[in-house]
Design a protein around this ligand. Structure first.
Ligand code: PGA
Length: 250
């Protein structure tokens, strides 16, 4: 059985004081939930603080990105050793905003995943098609290309631990969520591709989240699909109240 995993990606939102207010309230409202894995991804500057506040809670703390070298002259980058040292639970890699605005490619995503695996940091890998690609009917081609590039030559055993977030780019932050059936079909295709690449056993272990305008009104429906094992949530995860409602609706 794959445990549902709902993670909030705060992107460039929530200051230190907002992070504190969020965690104090959120911790209380989700403390009795044990059938769903729950996580938040604050900004780097608030990560260690968030991790300390979430100690002794059921809230995982996630980094939004990570560089593929351990240290060196890479101004502005964050090392896996820094994430390890504060016991970060997961790192998000290859979010479409990183690919779109910050030049991430399948090659650099692959390097980051390799590095995270080397340090035993768990990965949430984001993939998804753009609107034009969906309209052209090439969604599956795009997903397959991303999976093959991002997960190229990785250790099979480690791949079983990966979480994949299927996030159609046109559904992110737009309020236009994907139809449940389309999201399920894409997640099913992702699982089939993983099977071709790594075998049935691993494909059945990997958790696949849906991301793109998930909210309290639609979270249950997505989570009830066979191949959807969680959600990566942007806007609706910024406030403790709306994020806990979304989780409790499942
Ligand atoms: P959204 O973002 O929920 O605001 O659409 C999702 C994401 O980018 O992970």
């Amino acid at each position: 059985m794959r445990k549902i995993f709902i993670a909030g990606n705060w992107k460039m939102n929530n200051t230190l004081s907002e992070t504190k207010t969020f965690i104090e309230e959120f911790k209380q409202s989700v403390k009795s939930i044990d059938n769903i894995e729950i996580g938040i991804a604050p900004s780097f500057v608030n990560l260690a603080y968030a991790k300390a506040l979430c100690q002794d809670s059921n809230i995982k703390v996630i980094a939004q990105n990570m560089y593929f070298e351990d240290n060196g002259a890479y101004t502005g980058e964050i090392s896996p050793l820094m994430l390890k040292d504060i016991n970060i639970d997961y790192v998000i890699i290859g979010h479409s905003e990183r690919r779109q605005y910050f030049g991430e490619t399948e090659e650099t995503v692959n390097k980051r995943i390799r590095k995270a695996f080397e340090h035993n940091i768990k990965v949430i890998l984001c993939i998804g098609e753009k609107l034009q690609e969906r309209e052209q009917g090439i969604t599956n081609i795009v997903l397959e290309k991303q999976l093959k590039g991002d997960l190229k030559e990785l250790d099979n055993n480690k791949v079983a631990e990966i979480v994949i977030a299927y996030e159609p780019v046109w559904a992110i932050g737009t309020g236009k969520s994907a139809k449940t059936e389309d999201a399920q079909n894409a997640c099913n295709f992702i699982r089939k591709t993983l099977k071709d690449m790594f075998g049935e056993e691993i494909a059945q272990k990997v958790r696949i989240q849906y991301g793109g305008s998930v909210k309290a009104e639609n979270s249950k429906e997505y989570m009830s699909q066979t191949d959807i094992d969680g959600a990566l949530v942007g806007g609706a995860s910024l406030k403790a109240d709306s994020f806990s409602k979304l989780i409790k609706a499942v």
